[in-house]
Write a protein that binds this ligand. Structure first.
Ligand code: F6P
Length: 328
């Protein structure tokens, strides 16, 4: 069985609340098991630039409540090249690191899989950390719960002012390819419509529904648009709708990167702790090229290949239909 003695940990891609609790868990679980731990700064960029430091149990003190990631993160293009990967490998060898935990989303896992296929002597374990909640093999990804709560808090405030002015708001939330935040926030805030990248909405239907809302004497309407919607962003859709729905004063809010910040929720702190702990234990058990996830409240281990290839999971039609019915 593969035996590891020195572990590297990194966060990569878009940051997500819960990454810090996960780093804490990785570091302390590894040290508890007699492993040395190295923190790699700015994801794969730190691997290529040899930007790493030794970590101890105190390196991760008082970080459970912090948003962002103490290791920093980046989207690293050079890691996609053979030269970049070779440099990263040589740096790992130089530091005698024999395993890495990578915390990130699909882009991070694509890099991790390619790297570990090229250099199988370095064990690689993935932890799903992205607010997009779009990886197969874990019902929830780190940061999704906190981000959704942040979005809900913002939309509740917008609802107050929308109601006071009898206005129609188009609110754009994150999710280039994923409507997960949009759908959950839409249900939680009673949105009149939810536009998702996974399903094309006919604009004519949206207009008819909004007109219906007016006839049902609604004093405000909220349409949530996931940024990856096929019709474009919230501004584009608002423009089309405003031409037809003249009785509403239309406003647009783009929530943007505030969705990625903030102190992680209890759910994300516990999820980060559980996944970090499970990732290190999986490495100690000799596993590599895997991702740890949570399904039905149990740790599940999925191959990175499967996590990425089944990425196109199904839209939760039942939730969308319920949201539509509940907003009449
Ligand atoms: O992957 C997480 C995410 O927040 C997406 O929802 C969003 O489309 C993207 O990152 C934005 O990336 P960046 O911060 O690099 O602009």
């Amino acid at each position: 069985m593969r035996k590891i003695s020195k572990l590297g940990v990194l966060t990569s891609g878009g940051d997500a609340p819960g990454m810090n609790p996960c780093i804490r868990s990785v570091v302390r679980t590894a040290i508890y098991n007699g492993l040395q731990v190295v923190g790699i700064r700015r994801g794969y960029q730190g691997l290529i630039e040899d930007d790493m430091y030794d970590m101890n149990t105190r390196s991760v003190s008082n970080i459970l409540d912090l948003g962002g990631t103490i290791l920093k993160t980046a989207r690293c293009l050079p890691f996609r090249t053979d030269e970049g990967m070779e440099t990263a490998y040589q740096n790992l060898k130089k530091h005698e690191i024999d395993a890495i935990v990578v915390i990130g989303g699909d882009g991070t896992f694509t890099g991790a899989l390619r790297f570990s296929q090229k250099y199988p002597d370095i064990a690689v374990l993935g932890v799903p950390g992205t607010i997009d909640n779009d990886l197969y093999g874990s019902t929830y990804t780190l940061g999704f719960d906190t981000a959704t709560n942040t979005v809900i808090e913002a939309i509740d405030k917008i609802r107050d002012t929308a109601d006071a002015h009898d206005r129609l708001f188009f609110i754009e939330v994150m999710g280039r390819d994923s409507g997960a935040i949009a759908l959950r926030a839409g249900i939680s805030c009673g949105a009149e419509a939810i536009l998702l990248p996974e399903k094309e909405t006919a604009i004519e239907n949206l207009i008819e529904n909004l007109k219906g809302g007016q006839y049902n004497k609604k004093s405000s309407s909220i349409v949530i648009v996931a940024e990856g919607d096929k019709h474009g962003g919230a501004y584009d859709i608002a423009k089309i709708v405003q031409k037809e729905v003249k009785f509403y004063d239309v406003k647009v809010t783009i929530l943007g990167h505030l969705q990625r910040g903030g102190s992680p929720s209890a759910f994300d702190r516990i999820l980060g702790s559980r996944l970090g702990y499970a990732a290190v234990n999986a490495l100690i058990a000799g596993k590599s090229q895997m991702m740890v996830g949570l399904e039905a409240n149990h740790i599940k281990i999925t191959s990175l290949e499967e996590a990425l290839n089944q990425h196109d999971f199904k839209l939760e039609e039942d939730l969308l239909q319920m949201a539509e019915i509940l907003s009449i």
